[in-house]
Design a protein around this ligand. Structure first.
Ligand code: SAH
Length: 411
């Protein structure tokens, strides 16, 4: 991918002569309900062409403006329908500008709920959830991170124009960084200012540090914010095991809630070093053990040693990256959850989470039931959580409600 960013001043960039794509199947109803995705089988197989902004037509009639992804099964991502009052057939550039501004304003309105003196890390733009497919903007204190999920998005979304809008809304932002996939040669580019090697930010009064350039996602798992707060409320005086800890999000909140002892386990050594760093900058007195290990092996070992904890948190990575891997993923979740449950003291707590969009809430609860059954324990559901307000999704796109979190008390 080229490092060049486009030169227009509009936030959404469309080529001068707008091309169109023809739909083969009638998905009008699906789009009118607010769904924003059309898959490759709805188009003529032979039609791939270049990716970019296109006018979608059905039976010769314009239906929507959106982003054509020539090389993925997810082939078309809707921006807006032509029936919307702001659509101007003869002025696409103006249409896109009006559309962007209205989505941007609505996105800011939701994020006003954050008191920046307590929480200055949040997702400002959540892709289709904010009506802006392929665009993610996360805020970490004075740093904004832009991230895309397809190479064409660097051409569609004008990072310079977006950076200006970010700074207009949040004048304290000094750096806007465009983060690419970690395996790309150029990991990212500074759009405004220079990315600091470490950025410190607040989540509900707890300080975290992140090396944004090398970190997973844009730097932190912002989506567990509300669930970490629940852990804080249930941690006083407890011994806590946090499996798949990453940089210690749940561990720090357990400590803040007065946990007696917190053990964090993650396979990535850099993540475990970051847990130590996060404990240090918060100056918390809690005893903590930071272990770089495979959580599956660690669990087996602890079961043999008959170790027990008052609270175990298990938040694995997505075991189901696609529909085909769901059955295998269910087996992996069941194994890791049931082994986690075996380590919980009687009347203790177990928190399970899954971020896989291919596992529904109902399937997740079935996995939890099976896991308790395998561990020969019964439990009560104390709390069920999902993604927070800065991770909205269109009502018609249930598949974008990906995060599940359940807190159980063993009976
Ligand atoms: N709970 C974390 C996010 C977890 S993300 C938070 O609140 O921030 C999942 C983590 O699992 C990643 O950090 C990854 O390094 C880790 N991981 C993946 N496979 C693992 C394994 N087999 N054993 C331990 N950790 C693993």
């Amino acid at each position: 991918m080229s490092g060049k960013l486009n030169m227009t001043s509009a936030a959404i960039h469309s080529e001068e002569a707008l091309q169109h794509v023809d739909l083969k199947r009638d998905v009008t109803k699906h789009l009118k309900r607010g769904h924003r995705w059309i898959f490759a089988n709805c188009f003529d197989e032979a039609r791939t062409g270049k990716s970019g902004i296109r006018l979608l037509k059905f039976k010769g009639e314009p239906l929507a403006l959106g982003i054509w992804q020539a090389d993925t099964q997810l082939r078309f991502r809707v921006l807006l329908l032509t029936e919307e009052p702001i659509f101007r057939r003869n002025n696409i550039e103006r249409t896109l500008e009006l559309y962007f501004d209205s989505q941007w304003r609505k996105a800011l309105e939701i994020r006003k709920t954050f008191d920046l003196s307590i929480t200055n890390s949040f997702r400002l733009i959540n892709g289709e959830g904010d009506g802006l497919p392929g665009l993610i903007v996360d805020i970490y204190n004075d740093t904004a991170v832009i991230k895309h999920d397809h190479p064409i998005m660097e051409k569609v979304w004008n990072a310079k124009a977006i950076a200006e809008k970010i700074q207009a809304a949040y004048p304290h932002i000094k750096c806007v960084y465009l983060k690419r996939r970690n395996d790309e040669s150029e990991k990212g580019v500074n759009i405004v200012g220079t990315l600091a090697p470490e950025v410190q930010f607040l989540e509900n009064g707890v300080l975290f540090a992140s090396n944004i350039r090398d970190a997973a996602k844009t730097g932190f798992f912002l989506d567990q914010r509300d669930n970490r707060k629940i852990i804080q409320h249930f941690s006083s005086g407890k011994t806590v095991l946090n499996l798949f800890s990453y940089t210690g999000g749940f561990s720090l909140f357990a400590a803040k809630g007065g946990a007696k002892e917190v053990t964090s386990v993650d396979i990535a050594k850099v993540a475990i070093e970051a847990v130590e760093r996060n404990f240090k900058i918060n100056n918390l007195p809690t005893t903590h053990h930071d272990v770089a290990a495979d959580a599956f092996d660690y669990l087996e070992k602890q079961i043999l040693e008959k170790k027990r904890y008052d609270l175990v948190i298990t938040d694995p990575p997505s075991f189901a990256p696609n529909e085909k891997s769901v059955e295998q993923a269910k087996a992996a979740y069941t194994k890791v959850f049931s082994n986690s449950i075996k380590l919980v003291n009687s009347e203790g707590l177990f928190a399970a989470s899954s971020c896989s969009s291919h596992i529904s809430s109902q399937e997740f609860m079935e996995i939890c039931q099976e896991s308790f059954s395998r561990a020969r324990k019964r439990a009560t559901l104390v709390y069920f959580g999902a993604q927070p307000v800065d991770h909205p999704y269109p009502l018609a796109m249930e598949e974008l409600r990906y995060l599940k979190f359940a807190l159980f008390r063993l009976d």
